[in-house]
Design a protein around this ligand. Structure first.
Ligand SMILES: [Zn+2]
Length: 336
C-alpha cells in the first residue's frame, strides 16, 4: 500500500441526511457518480456467424485471453472460459467471475495496428484481440437461453466503506486531491432515489456515498477516487485544462463519462489511481504493467495522462514504474 498519513474520517448518518437536504436544491446532480447502465441485448450481429442450435449444444470449451471491466471498473487481465453452460472470467490472480448469459459486440477499436474487440456482458465489458469464440456467442440464441444473468452481491458494504475511508488508500487520495472539510457521509434519500453511488458537493466540500448498493470494496475505492477527483476539478481548473489537451472522448456510449467531460475526467483520474495502486507491487514486470495501462486508456482515454501526472507526486516517489512513467514520451506498450 502507498500512503503515509492517518487521520479520522467517518461515514456518519448525520451528514448523510444533511447531504440529502443540501442536494435537494443544489443542482449538483451532474457531478454525482452513478453505476453504468446495465448491459442490454442489442442487435449487433457478426456477418457469417451462423452457429446452429446443434452446434451450440455440442460446443467444446474455449478459452479466450483478454480483460474484464466489471460494472464500469478498470480492466483486469485474465481469461474467459466458454462452455455450453457458462461464460466465466478468471483473473490472472485466480478469482473467478461468472458473467451471465447475454453478450453482444459493442464495437471494435483499432489501436496501434491491432483490433480490440469490446463485448458487452451483463456484468460489464470484455476486451480481447482474440474474439472468434465470443463472436460466435453473439449470434447464438440457444446458448443464451436458460442462463441466469449475473447479479451484484454487496459484501459487508458499510463495514467495508468505513475501513476504506479510514485507511491508507483514502489517505493517499486525500494527499493527491485534498481532504474535504466535512466528514464522509451517506447519500440522502433523494440521491439514492436518483440512483447515485457517490456525490461530491462543492459548496459544502463534502463527500457522500451509498455503499449498500455497491458491489464491494473495489467499487467503493473507485467511487471514492472518482468523487475526490471532482474536488480536484473544483480546485485545479487550469492544471486540468492543460493536462486534458488532446485527450480523445470516451468511445463507448454505455461507459460512465461518455459525452460528459467532467465525468470523463473523474473516471480517468479514478482509473489512474487504480493503475498506480495495482502496479505498486515491485514483483510485477514493468512491460506487463505498462501494457495494462494501454488497456485502461483504451476504455477511458486520458488515464495515461493522469497516471503520468500523479506519478510525479512525492507520494509515488518509490513506485516501481515512476521513472518510466515520468521520463520522456511514454510509448504505448502495444506498439512493440
Ligand atoms: Zn462524477
Amino acid at each position: 500500500m502507498i500512503g503515509s498519513l492517518r487521520a479520522p474520517a467517518l461515514l456518519s448518518v448525520g451528514s448523510a441526511l444533511a447531504a440529502g437536504v443540501v442536494l435537494a436544491g443544489s443542482g449538483l446532480g451532474r457531478l454525482a457518480y452513478a453505476p453504468p447502465a446495465p448491459a442490454a441485448v442489442d442487435t449487433v450481429r457478426v456477418k457469417g456467424s451462423t452457429h446452429s442450435a446443434e452446434g451450440a449444444r455440442t460446443r467444446s470449451t474455449s478459452v479466450v485471453p483478454g480483460y474484464l471491466s466489471s460494472w464500469g471498473l478498470p480492466p483486469v487481465q485474465g481469461r474467459f472460459t466458454i462452455s455450453d453452460t457458462a461464460l466465466v472470467f478468471e483473473s490472472t490472480e485466480g478469482s473467478a467471475t461468472p458473467l451471465g448469459a447475454r453478450i453482444s459486440l459493442a464495437y471494435v477499436d483499432r489501436e496501434n495496428g491491432r483490433n480490440h474487440y469490446l463485448f458487452r456482458v451483463d456484468a460489464g465489458v470484455i476486451e480481447t484481440d482474440v474474439p472468434d469464440a465470443l463472436l460466435e456467442l453473439t449470434g447464438d440464441s440457444i446458448w443464451l437461453h436458460g442462463l441466469k444473468p449475473a447479479v451484484k452481491v454487496p459484501a459487508a458494504p458499510m463495514r467495508t466503506a468505513r475501513e476504506v475511508v479510514t485507511g491508507l488508500y483514502a489517505d493517499t487520495l486525500f494527499l493527491l486531491f485534498g481532504r474535504p472539510r466535512a466528514p464522509v457521509g451517506l447519500i440522502g434519500p433523494q440521491g439514492r432515489a436518483a440512483g447515485r453511488l457517490g456525490e461530491y458537493i462543492a459548496g459544502r466540500d463534502s463527500l457522500a456515498f451509498d455503499p449498500v448498493r455497491m458491489t464491494g470494496e473495489t467499487q467503493f475505492r473507485h467511487a471514492l477516487a472518482h468523487e475526490l477527483a471532482h474536488r480536484w476539478q473544483a480546485t485545479a481548473r487550469s492544471q486540468l485544462l492543460t493536462l486534458w489537451a488532446g485527450v480523445p472522448a470516451i468511445r463507448d456510449p454505455k461507459r460512465y463519462g461518455y459525452g460528459d467531460q467532467s465525468e470523463h475526467q473523474a473516471e480517468a483520474a479514478a482509473f489512474a489511481i487504480s493503475f498506480l495502486q495495482a502496479t505498486a507491487n515491485r514483483h510485477s514486470r514493468a512491460t506487463v504493467s505498462l501494457s495494462l495501462l494501454d488497456h485502461y486508456d483504451l476504455l477511458v482515454p486520458g488515464t495515461r495522462t493522469m497516471v503520468r501526472y500523479f506519478a510525479l507526486h512525492p507520494i509515488y516517489r518509490s513506485h516501481p514504474l515512476r521513472s518510466l512513467l515520468t521520463a520522456g514520451p511514454l510509448r504505448h506498450a502495444l506498439e512493440k
